[in-house]
Design a protein around this ligand. Structure first.
Ligand SMILES: CC(=O)N[C@H]1[C@@H](OP(=O)(O)OP(=O)(O)OC[C@H]2O[C@@H](n3ccc(=O)[nH]c3=O)[C@H](O)[C@@H]2O)O[C@H](CO)[C@@H](O)[C@@H]1O
Ligand SMILES: C=C(OP(=O)(O)O)C(=O)O
Length: 422
């Protein structure tokens, strides 16, 4: 397996352009099957999850190609709405195809989706939402068959503002008869991006970004050309990496409005941040300060996807910080790995108590999931000595060649290919 070898202790300096958002690109790629024809998407990141989504689209009969950050997808050749089990299990986002395939073909067969082991991650809200639109669902052990002669708009109240369920329901409802209203919808920027793409295809949706989304079903959709928003989680990861290494960098092509809660937390930790249009300047000349209490919650609150990265900064801060994780019950796996690097963190139920230490030390650690992996890379950049991060395929799910991005900012990060006996 490939590894990252990091020589720590070098402050990040310079400027970097932030790539397109994984969590916006994946549902938008799935949404392409709603309209027959050729779609062109720009600012699509080069990531393992994007490759997987393109692989699934090809397995359904679509033509899908990525050149640089442009993806073209021809959906007129799609002939199947049965997602192969093996591909379905490679990532959580395979479930995004359920709504669009149901809307286009009247039936879809899926399996339990895969993805990082960060919690139970049920799909009951997706299924209930589609049932409310008139779909019949049959479950045969791992296989789920969903059929609907026609979809009917309805009022849907989500018990929890699930990002994926909101998106799946939106994608099915665009082709339903009548009006669908989703109450307690997720408000993430990626939901707004999906709304904008669907509307560019001829859908009639308002409200994304608020907790009530209204979708008026339309008869036809036409292929779209669209530019994906910047990745706020990648941007947040670099903000933390700069601060943890006492660096000074500029992030270009970002949307600071998507990072309001994160910038607020980092400023409380003493990190200097200036937003200027689509650029954010960040520096942290002194030791960060502890932050009394951070709670992960749905947008616009502090995102769970930056919890582990910020924990690294707090593990170097002066004082005791508390981080409460409310979204995923299994998202503290990085804590044991950080402890191997000298961090002083105690977990009690869903809270982590982080007593800052003056320094971290290089060690061999394992990326247990995507953002845990990113956190360990940041820890390695800030640590004294050499850190080896293993299982980096998790990191490749969400960061486009992270070692290139970091070396362009002066870090020493090398991707090591597996030795033949491994
Ligand atoms: C590709 C993508 O956009 N991924 C993001 C998306 O994941 P995802 O869409 O999977 O996250 P959800 O918002 O659906 O999940 C949040 C919580 O709701 C629970 N739940 C969800 C659906 C359901 O049917 N039943 C249920 O119980 C989950 O187990 C979890 O505890 O939002 C998460 C929360 O911001 C982010 O961490 C992920 O990066
Ligand atoms: C949990 C994440 O992604 P996914 O929902 O694709 O597993 C993430 O991006 O941190």
């Amino acid at each position: 397996m490939e590894k990252l070898v990091i020589e720590g202790g070098k402050p990040l300096t310079g400027a970097i352009q932030i790539h397109g958002a994984k969590n916006a690109a994946l549902p938008i790629l799935a949404a392409c099957v709603l309209a027959s024809g050729t779609h062109t998407l720009h600012n699509v990141p080069n990531l393992l999850d994007i490759d997987t989504m393109l692989g699934i689209l090809r397995a359904l009969g679509c033509r899908a190609e990525q050149q640089g950050d442009t993806v073209t997808i021809t959906t007129s050749t799609a002939h199947s709405s049965h997602i192969p089990e093996e591909l379905m299990g490679q990532m959580r986002s395979s479930i995004f195809l359920m709504g669009p395939l149901l809307a286009r073909f009247g039936s879809v067969t899926v399996y339990q989706p895969g993805g990082c082991a960060i919690g139970e991650r049920k799909i009951d809200l997706h299924l209930k939402g589609l049932q409310s639109l008139g779909a019949e669902i049959e479950e045969f052990s791992n296989r789920i068959v969903c059929t609907a002669e026609s979809l009917q708009g309805n009022e849907i109240f989500l018990d929890f503002p699930s990002v994926g369920a909101t998106e799946n329901i939106m994608m099915a409802a665009v082709r339903a008869e009548g009006i669908t209203t989703i109450y307690n919808a997720a408000r993430e920027p990626e939901i707004q991006d999906l709304q904008n793409f669907l509307n560019a295809m001829g859908a009639d949706i308002i409200g994304a970004g608020t907790d009530t989304i209204t979708i008026r079903g339309v008869k036809t959709l036409t292929p779209g050309t669209y530019r994906i928003i910047p990745d706020r989680i990648v941007a947040g990861t670099f903000l933390v990496a700069a601060a943890a290494t006492k660096g000074n960098i500029s992030l270009e092509r970002v949307n600071p409005a998507h990072l309001t809660s994160v910038i607020h937390v980092l400023k409380r930790a003493g990190v200097q941040i200036i937003a200027d249009g689509d650029i954010i300047h960040v520096s942290c000349p002194t030791r960060p300060k502890a932050v009394e209490r951070i709670v992960t919650s749905p947008h616009p609150s502090f995102p769970t996807d930056l919890q582990s990265q910020v924990m690294v900064l707090l593990s170097l801060a002066d004082g005791l910080s508390v981080m409460k994780e409310t979204i995923f019950e299994g998202r503290f796996k990085h804590v044991d790995e950080l402890a191997r690097m000298g961090a002083d963190i105690r977990v009690d139920m869903s809270s982590a108590f982080i007593r800052g230490v003056p320094r971290l030390y290089g060690a061999t650690v394992e990326a247990t999931d995507l953002r845990a992996g990113a956190a360990l890379v940041i820890a390695g950049l800030a640590a004294h000595g050499t850190t080896i991060v293993e299982q980096i395929h998790h990191i490749d799910r969400g960061y486009d060649r992270i070692e290139h991005m970091l070396t362009s900012l002066g870090a020493s990060v090398l991707r090591q290919a597996p030795v033949p006996s491994e």
